[in-house]
Every structure is written in structure tokens, then in C-alpha cells.
Design a protein around this ligand. Structure first.
Ligand SMILES: Nc1ncnc2c1ncn2[C@@H]1O[C@H](COP(=O)(O)OP(=O)(O)OP(=O)(O)O)[C@@H](O)[C@H]1O
Ligand SMILES: NC(=O)c1ccc[n+]([C@@H]2O[C@H](COP(=O)(O)O)[C@@H](O)[C@H]2O)c1
Length: 275
């Protein structure tokens, strides 16, 4: 049987995007392809909407720009600002539905597709947006994406899968956070690729849930044998304290943070301080 073509979607704050966020895409692609069952044709970073209540969340405009800078050298990971541009927070299932509709209709937007602004493509994406009942999106804003990534060929059937760290899987158990039907649909219709994280035990977590056990064929657990806790929270803390974050974030992201004085970082534009 030919491998299933897959596009990985990572939803999160990306506040800011770290090298570990990039690493989980790479690890997931490598390990999924080694099974011989999947070909990973793309990865999508979807920064969460500003309406998602989280401490210290900087404006999505900045989080999207940083994610674009971080992924600009990748030929398969791109950033989709659609979720961040909605008028309200969009649940993860809706983001997956939106991505799958784009894949089904052959109109997955690249970060720099030459004809991305064509009225035909704009109309098509607007229809997709209407179909999943989210607020109207201004695609002129969406299309101000800057990057050098190539267009994913969407002429063949492709499946969206949710890529996450084990902490996101474990958040399924937080009362009131996820609707049961959403969890079932995310797993049943799409599937989950979970990267292990220090302090988590995804296999035990699945074992303890009847829903997850019933759908475990659609959960791919990938062990990160070089675990590290590069987390956005720790990066923000370091920045606020004036500590170096070099090699934890892409250089372009560090420059952007300093230029815009995000997370309490001090601009180096007018000073002689090195990174
Ligand atoms: N070190 C890591 N190992 C494995 N997965 C990770 C790691 N860091 C982030 N992820 C995963 O990347 C996705 C997006 O990350 P997100 O920005 O929401 O989390 P975070 O880095 O933990 O942020 P914060 O520290 O602000 O809570 C999530 O699924 C998260 O589990
Ligand atoms: N019900 C849901 O769909 C649901 C609930 C909680 C978090 N999420 C998503 O999970 C991600 C969590 O990000 P953080 O780990 O940064 O909080 C975000 O993208 C958020 O939208 C989705």
C-alpha cells in the first residue's frame, strides 16, 4: 500500500517559537516516514488567536512574524496566520477542519505562492472559511505572508494530523478544556502525533482513558531521546532577565524580539550589547 500523504499541524501559543518547536516537526516527519506508512509533505505552524487567554501572550502579529522568520529556511514547514486572524479563539478541531478543507480543495496556501493573491484563490478560501462557520477573514491580511517556502502540491489526497507535545495530550484531561466530541473527532478523523516531553507518560495517560484507548491506533507516540526543556515560558523568563537565549531560538527571532523589545528584552539597536 502506498504511504498516506500527511500534513502536520501544530497549534500553540508560539510565544515565541523556539528551536524545540521546529525540532518536533523534524522528529515527527522522520519517525512517521520510517514506519513506511506515511509521507509527510508539509508542516503548518498555527499561532493561537489573541483571544486565547494566556499570561504574557504577545500580540499574534508578532508571534506570526517570529514563526515566519523561524521557518523561512525550511522547505516544508510554513506558518498559517488564519487562526490568529479570526475574530475569536478557534478551537483546535476547527483549525484542523480548515486545514483539511484546504487540502481537499487543493488550495493550501504556501507562504509565498506566486498567485496566492489571485481573486479565484481568495474566493475559494473564503468559501472554506464559511463552510466551517468561522468569522470572515480578510485574506488581504492573510496574504501578507513573507517567506521563501514552496507551494505544497495539493493535487493528491492528503490528510491533516495534529502534532503536539505530550503536555497537550495530557491537557485533554483538564475539566472543561476540551469537548469530548472534539477529542473523538480529532483522533477519529485526523489522528495525533505526540512527542514525549520530560515529566510526561503518554502511554500511561492513554491507558487511563477509555476514549484514548479505543482510538489509540490513531495516536502515534514518538519518543524524543534527546529531551530538553526549551520552553517558551523559560525563554520569556530569560529574556526578561537579560540572559542570553542564543541557540535556543533562531537568530532572526532573537533580532526581532530585541528590535520590538518583546518579553522585556532591551533593544540593541542603539546599544553596543551583543546577542
Ligand atoms: N520541549 C518540548 N518538547 C516537546 N514538545 C514541545 C516542547 N515545547 C513545545 N512543545 C509542543 O509544541 C506545541 C506548541 O507549543 P506551545 O507554544 O503551546 O507550548 P510551550 O512551548 O510549552 O509554551 P509555553 O511555555 O508558553 O506554555 C505544543 O504541542 C507543545 O506541547
Ligand atoms: N478545546 C480546544 O480545542 C482546545 C483547548 C485548549 C487548548 N487548545 C489549543 O491548544 C494549544 C495550547 O497552547 P498552550 O499550551 O500554549 O496553552 C492552543 O493552540 C489552543 O488553541 C485547544
Amino acid at each position: 500500500m502506498a504511504p498516506t500523504k500527511v500534513v502536520l499541524l501544530a497549534c500553540g501559543s508560539f510565544n515565541p517559537v523556539t528551536n524545540m518547536h521546529l525540532r518536533i516537526f523534524e522528529l515527527a516527519r522522520d519517525q512517521l516516514q520510517r514506519t513506511g506508512l506515511f509521507t509527510v509533505v508539509g508542516g503548518v505552524v498555527s499561532p493561537v488567536n489573541d483571544a486565547y487567554v494566556k499570561k504574557d501572550l504577545v500580540e499574534s502579529y508578532h508571534r506570526v512574524q517570529m514563526a515566519k522568520l523561524a521557518t523561512q529556511s525550511s522547505d516544508w514547514i510554513r506558518v498559517d496566520p488564519w487562526e490568529s486572524e479570526q475574530n475569536s479563539w478557534a478551537e483546535t478541531l476547527k483549525v484542523l477542519n480548515y486545514l483539511q478543507l484546504q487540502l481537499d480543495s487543493g488550495c493550501l496556501m504556501s507562504n509565498e505562492s506566486p498567485n496566492k493573491n489571485s481573486p479565484k484563490k481568495r474566493r475559494k478560501r473564503r468559501r472554506i472559511s464559511d463552510e466551517i462557520q468561522v468569522d470572515e477573514v480578510d485574506y488581504n491580511i492573510t496574504n501578507t505572508v513573507i517567506s521563501n517556502q514552496s507551494l505544497i502540491n495539493t493535487s493528491e489526497p492528503m490528510k491533516a494530523k495534529l502534532l503536539c507535545g505530550a503536555d497537550l495530550l495530557e491537557s485533554f484531561a483538564v475539566p472543561g478544556l476540551w469537548q469530548q466530541e472534539h477529542i473523538e473527532e480529532i483522533l477519529g478523523k485526523y489522528g495525533l502525533v505526540v512527542i514525549s516531553r520530560e515529566g510526561s507518560n503518554p502511554l500511561k495517560f492513554i491507558y487511563e482513558s477509555d476514549t484514548l484507548t479505543a482510538l489509540q491506533d490513531n495516536i502515534h507516540i514518538i519518543t524524543e531521546w534527546m529531551p530538553n526543556e526549551i520552553s517558551s515560558t523559560r525563554i520569556r523568563r530569560a529574556l526578561g532577565r537579560g540572559e542570553s537565549v542564543k541557540y535556543l531560538l533562531q537568530d532572526g527571532v532573537i533580532d526581532y524580539i530585541k528590535k520590538h523589545e518583546l518579553y522585556g528584552a532591551v533593544s540593541t539597536v542603539n546599544s553596543n550589547l551583543s546577542k
